[in-house]
Write a protein that binds this ligand. Structure first.
Ligand SMILES: N[C@@H](CCC(=O)N[C@@H](CS)C(=O)NCC(=O)O)C(=O)O
Length: 122
């Protein structure tokens, strides 16, 4: 039963990715100077995620639409999963790690992440 649910979730996630690919949002355009400033600011922001998670897909759409260069980190296993548990506090994705003025913040919940990105980079 657990396996079936897992397969269904994975299938749904991949369907969402396919639909996202078809209806991919256009990227906002900036002049080179503004884009360079934004790229500098996003250097210290990382998205911990699962590839086929619908909440992560929704978050990645915003990142794409806002034309942000944010590194994505696979938290399904390995060092990034460990880091998420140890430093973020839980394995829940998406999670945005934001390093600002030497302080590290772990922002959970796709809607909160999207609001943060829209407010800071729109
Ligand atoms: N309300 C959360 C839901 C996030 C969520 O349920 N993520 C699932 C993956 S789709 C998760 O992290 N599950 C933990 C796990 O599978 O270990 C959001 O919008 O970000």
């Amino acid at each position: 039963m657990k396996l079936i649910l897992k397969a269904l979730r994975e299938g749904l996630g991949r369907l969402v990715i396919f639909v996202d690919w078809i209806f991919s949002p256009p990227r906002i355009e900036r002049n080179d100077e503004d884009q360079a400033k934004i790229d500098q600011q996003t250097k210290d922001i990382k998205l911990y995620q699962f590839y086929a998670c619908p909440f992560c897909t929704k978050t990645r759409r915003t990142i794409k639409r806002l034309n942000l260069k944010i590194e994505t980190r696979n938290a399904q296993g390995g060092e990034y999963r460990e880091e998420l548990i140890l430093k973020g506090g839980q394995v829940k994705v998406p999670c945005l790690k934001v390093v600002y003025a030497g302080e590290v913040n772990w922002l959970y919940n796709s809607n909160d992440i999207i609001d943060f990105l829209n407010e800071r980079f729109s």
